[in-house]
Design a protein around this ligand. Sequence first.
Ligand SMILES: [Zn+2]
Length: 173
Amino acid sequence: MVNWNAVADQVFLYWQEFLQWFLSVPLYGQVLVVIGAVAVLILAVVVIYYVLKGVAYLIYYILKGVYYLLKAIFLGIYKLFEELYYGITGKPRPVKKEKEPEAVISETKVEEPRIETPHIIKNLVPIQPDAAYCSECGNQFTEQMQQKLHENGNVFCVYCGKGFKSNVIKIEN
Ligand SMILES: [Zn+2]
């Protein structure tokens, strides 16, 4: 039960007192009071703006967090029921189990040659086409190795695994 008329009268009284004091103050004092009032007003507006902005961000991130939390919970519940379903019925998972091995196979099929080809070329040591001894382990080349070197231009030592490539350029010279 607030008597608004009394409150208004009180405010009006304060305002009149303030006006009387304001008018009694010299001019530079009045200017300072006005500047001060404006500064306080601007400051209040800025503070209110940032407070509102902060509150808005806070609400936004809280909602976002709640959204991800709910999403995670529902996903967890969904997977749990999926596990239960397949566990109880004993049915295989047709979509997941068929797709995964295919993807793995296709990936390895594509990746393996890409990785191994430069690997082999890098490790091949240039060698005379009529070389008879491994420069790595010193063992004599077998007939098969010499034949391979002659036919393919490259060979791997059967003793140490070192790769050799016949130096074609040197023959031509
Ligand atoms: Zn060798």
